[in-house]
Design a protein around this ligand. Sequence first.
Ligand code: MG
Length: 282
Amino acid sequence: MALVKAKELKGAQVRAFFEDKKLLSFDADGTLAEPGKDILPQLAEVLRHLVDYYFMLILSARDFRNLESRVIRALEPDLYEIGERILIGTQQGGRLWAKHGERWQVVNEVVMPPTLVEAAQQLLVKAAKNMGVEVRQGTQLFREFGAQLTFAPLGVDASAVEKAGFDPTGKKRLQIIEEFKRLAAGVEGQVGAKLAGLELRPGGRSSIDVSLKGINKAYGLQKALEFWGLEPRHAVHFGDEFTELGNDYPVYKAGFDCVWVRGPEETLGVLQELGSLHGGNL
Ligand SMILES: [Mg+2]
């Protein structure tokens, strides 16, 4: 397994690194697009070229509608048939979508039980308050979809400026996560055990993503490999968050080859090199 920085992948290294690769996996925010923005048109173009040579997977904490409007639509212009060469993994891979004919359908899904969601919500609010963090009661504090729960102490609809100023270093959220773990350890019985087993990570700029243990991008990638009958060595994952608390880290830890980018421009650079190996002039 290898984790290489995009800027170090040039020329001959690109050829060697991608030699037996069949599946390109991508994080969305910070990798294919700036957070919350649309995919770069140039990047969409090179992906449309490369999909003739590689299976593709897009993994994100975002929901399908969000990814559809920002990324997927740009990959399927008029009459372009993606078929089943692209999979979309929402909830960091907890829900996997494939296109059958005209429609995107869920082909694998993990769901967090409602009782666990409720217990986690209560504990998250308590943990934030214990750490002296402002929790805007009365606003929508949670987004919940299937295998994932997102907690935004400022409210999910807070302004971009407020979100940016909330926790620029991530320290505040790490304190909430630590406090959550401490509180969860004190909850008895089955619910306590399940709470203690949840995975928590800072997500976006002002929120915390909560998922069932083991449901992360590595899980989504593994399911995509099974869908296409590929082996782990065939996959490479592009992401921008490979520090230990980053949401791309589980993919590296699971032993997959990874490319660490500092933004969509770097992803574009590597893919253009890769495209040129396949006769594209991009
Ligand atoms: Mg990212």
